[in-house]
Design a protein around this ligand. Structure first.
Ligand code: C2E
Ligand code: CA
Ligand code: CA
Length: 485
């Protein structure tokens, strides 16, 4: 147009064109107008080419890529005069599972559908980019929280009604993080980072939502990064600061000590104790959990080696995160550690949190089988907090169910909770699964539970997590009273 109006002789545009196949491609057209002596246009010549391979366009979705996203943010900032710019990162929830359960090709198709369906909703002041894997970026000019939230709600609404996915029985949800220029960042890099922090926060809060960056998120993130540094450092120094406590498990009827659960602890160099509830998710997220799990297992069976010499049927329970179980080396490593420490598999119980184990039953079934063939028992931790628990019990290759503490809290007042426990015990016993109740804190609770034929009980009432020496003393004391009886 500028050429036509005699304003410019050079022509440069980038545009999307639809091919006959229906696929979009990015094109660049560059041309130059030559004029005669009088300034009359004589010839316009130039070249037009596909932009694939230019490192600008993502070949799968034909959206501009990460590099262009950053470039565009910089450009917007430069041009902005007090104008608000929204920088957002969108991420498909559980996309890895889609790839795993179906195929990569199918995953690619889903991504294209996602990109397309967001694009049709894009307002004029917004642009969409493909950043990497299952991440999209979008920029919105002259927009505040309200506009961005509205846009996200429209995406959610459209996705929940999409027929293409209903056919496949798929539910696709997105999480998003958003940062605004200039409230939440001055540079493109800062805005990107802060949008990413907000996205991580959205995931932690349960996904399927958009979170706008705040100072509080930044503080939390800084705290997490600090913790991460401390944990890494500790791991690089032979797990300095990590240690295990052990919580007694007793026989439901006789109250005799039958075993312990190993619970990992961490104390930093300044002497601050950090709870596993805080550091385990960090280690899971940062890929450190596997190594820690190996350390915990070795440490626990080393300690328990002495206990089983005094009491040969003593059980040691060790927690394992689903991420550990997913590791291809897991079975081999467990076998190797048992062998090296000369520890009998029959004294070891591996506790897995229920929700993750249920969701990945098909992947884990084989592993459970192998572990059980070795003589190790499998316990389902936190039972009742996940979903489809009963269905799962029907043919679960497990030996023990640990009912979550939350069912105990109201047992004295809630008929439902006490009926639930009785019911679970009955079903489990029918299919040869033992049952343990966690979190028993008072005599009243114990009295109530006594009627329920639980195989094992654990909780503060019988002992808080304690040092290995305290456990040894307990075992010795019990063996002595048994001897005196
Ligand atoms: P969990 O496996 O369900 O462990 C039981 C938690 O409940 C422990 O908290 C224990 O101290 C607490 N507890 C036990 N009895 C009572 C009670 O009567 N009342 C109350 N209020 N709490 C009780 P802890 O030690 O903070 O561990 C928290 C979680 O951290 C564990 O939950 C487990 O999921 C995870 N964890 C601990 N050690 C390890 C480990 O070595 N590996 C992995 N992957 N996870 C671990
Ligand atoms: Ca446990
Ligand atoms: Ca538990």
């Amino acid at each position: 147009m500028e050429i036509g109006e005699n304003r410019r002789d050079a022509h440069y545009v980038e545009f999307r064109a639809k091919q006959r196949s229906g696929k979009y491609v990015w094109m660049r057209c560059r041309g130059y107008l030559t004029r005669d002596e009088c300034g009359i246009p004589v010839i316009f010549a130039g070249i037009m080419h596909k932009m694939d391979g230019q490192n600008k366009v993502d070949p799968l979705t034909q959206l501009f890529n990460h590099r262009m996203f950053m470039k565009r943010i910089r450009k917007y900032i430069e041009k902005s005069q007090e104008e608000k710019i929204a920088v957002a990162i969108l991420d498909v929830d559980n996309f890895r599972q889609i790839n795993e359960l179906y195929s990569r090709k199918f995953g690619d198709r889903i991504l294209c559908t996602i990109a397309y369906n967001i694009q049709v909703l894009l307002p004029d002041n917004a642009r969409l980019f493909r950043l990497d894997n299952d991440r999209l970026g979008f920029l919105m000019r002259d927009a505040g929280k309200k506009e961005v939230n509205q846009f996200f709600s429209r995406i959610q609404k459209r996705f929940s009604a999409l027929q293409e996915w209903k056919k496949e029985k798929l539910e696709i949800h997105l999480s998003a993080g958003c940062a605004f220029f200039s409230d939440s960042g001055q540079t493109a890099d800062e805005l990107y980072l802060h949008a990413d922090y907000a996205l991580q926060y959205a995931k932690e809060q349960g996904k399927d939502r958009m979170v706008i960056f705040t100072e509080e998120i930044l503080n939390q993130k800084s705290h997490m990064l600090e913790l991460l540094k401390v944990l890494r450092d500790a791991m690089n120094h032979e797990f300095r600061g990590f240690y295990l406590d052990y919580q007694p498990q007793v026989n439901g009827r006789t109250k005799a000590l039958t075993g312990v659960e190993a619970l990992v602890r961490f104390c930093d160099e300044k002497g601050n104790r950090i709870s596993p509830v805080e550091f385990i998710p960090v280690m899971e997220k940062e890929g450190m959990i596997y190594e820690m799990g190996r350390w915990v297992l070795r440490q626990a069976i080393r300690d328990a080696g002495e206990w089983i010499r005094i009491k040969p049927d003593f059980d040691i329970s060790v927690n394992a995160s689903a991420l550990e179980m997913m590791n291809d080396q897991y079975i081999e490593d467990v076998e190797k550690i048992l062998e090296e420490e000369k520890f009998p598999a029959k004294n070891l119980v591996i506790e897995l949190t229920e929700s993750s184990a249920v969701q990945r039953m098909d992947i884990f079934r084989n592993k459970y089988k192998k572990l059980r063939e070795m003589g190790i028992r499998i316990a389902m931790d936190d039972f009742g907090t996940g979903y489809s628990s009963l269905e799962f019990l029907k043919n679960a290759p497990i030996d023990l169910v640990k009912i979550d503490r939350s069912f105990l809290k109201d047992i004295l007042y809630s008929r439902f909770d006490s009926a639930f426990i009785t019911f679970i015990v009955e079903i489990c016993h029918d299919v040869n699964i033992k049952v343990c109740q966690e979190g028993v804190e008072t005599l009243e609770e114990y009295e109530m539970l006594k009627k329920m034929e639980l195989d094992c009980i654990q909780g503060y009432y019988f002992g808080k997590p304690m040092s290995k020496n305290a456990i040894r003393n307990k075992i010795s004391a019990e063996c002595q009273t048994e001897g005196n009886d």
